[in-house]
Design a protein around this ligand. Sequence first.
Ligand code: ZN
Length: 80
Amino acid sequence: MNCWHCGTELIWGGDHDLEDMTDEYDMVTNLSCPNCGAYVEVYRPVQREQKSEVKEPAYSPDAPWLDDAIDRVDPKKLES
Ligand SMILES: [Zn+2]
């Protein structure tokens, strides 16, 4: 990565975790320019789960009892 001002290759300074400071970014990388002294911070956005383009099929409105039935199943009874 080159300096925005003079085009010189930047020197990597280090990475810092931001998990406790912001929900938007989870890491910041700082770089500096050995030529003009510019200082650059690159904030990495939090990697959120990609939303799928394919929509999940909705639960069938014809069987609204199914959710209730699943909730009522006792896993202990299934083992016996
Ligand atoms: Zn520079």
